[in-house]
Design a protein around this ligand. Structure first.
Ligand SMILES: CC(C)(COP(=O)(O)OP(=O)(O)OC[C@H]1O[C@@H](n2cnc3c(N)ncnc32)[C@H](O)[C@@H]1OP(=O)(O)O)[C@@H](O)C(=O)NCCC(=O)NCCS
Length: 155
């Protein structure tokens, strides 16, 4: 059988990893991420659920951190997460995938920044990126006392 990626077949068996269905591999392959790359991390065995897939909570944590880094730059200082909307887990993430978070500004208010955050996975660090999760996160710029503060003027 001809494998699309080098990691399919023998390599997967050798390390006891899970293989992917055709639809898992094909889904979203033609799309491109929205926004800029904010973080990239390797999915590790410690982040799995009992079935061997990566926990949704771990993925949300990656998104929160990526969004926080992007929002902090816009806010020029401390931000907190106030809301997560419309999160969709589209495909499983598995051990060995390189997990990339992309952020894009949707709205900037007086103290809040709303970001589109997309998570794309490179299966075993190779091949096409696949969109696995997306959501909208809102962050609020806060002062030292944790109260909302106005965002700095933008160019
Ligand atoms: C975030 C927080 C400081 C906002 O305080 P608040 O008194 O509700 O502030 P405001 O009502 O003035 O709202 C501040 C901004 O947040 C926005 N906001 C508040 N609730 C929101 C929600 N559910 N969804 C989206 N935006 C929201 C407001 O629209 C406002 O935006 P704007 O200034 O751009 O118009 C406060 O709710 C808080 O400390 N929450 C806990 C944060 C936290 O612990 N996060 C997890 C760890 S980072």
């Amino acid at each position: 059988m001809q494998h699309k990626h080098r990691w399919e077949g023998a390599h997967i068996k050798e390390f006891g990893m899970w293989s992917y269905t055709e639809s898992e591999n094909a889904w979203g392959a033609a799309d491109a991420p929205r926004g800029a790359l904010a973080s990239r991390v390797l999915a590790m065995p410690t982040d799995t659920n009992p079935k061997g897939d990566i926990f949704g909570g771990w993925i949300m944590s990656m998104m929160d951190m990526a969004g926080k880094m992007s929002a902090t730059t816009v806010a020029n200082g401390r931000v907190v997460t106030v809301a997560v909307d419309s999160i969709v887990f589209r495909q499983p993430v598995k051990v060995g995938d390189v997990v990339c978070c992309y952020t894009d500004i949707v709205r900037v208010g007086r103290s809040s920044i709303t970001l589109s955050i997309e998570v794309w996975a490179m299966r075993q660090g190779q091949g096409d990126r696949l969109k696995v999760t997306d959501a909208t996160f809102t962050f609020v710029a806060v002062d030292d006392d944790g109260r909302p503060r106005p965002l700095p003027a933008r160019n």
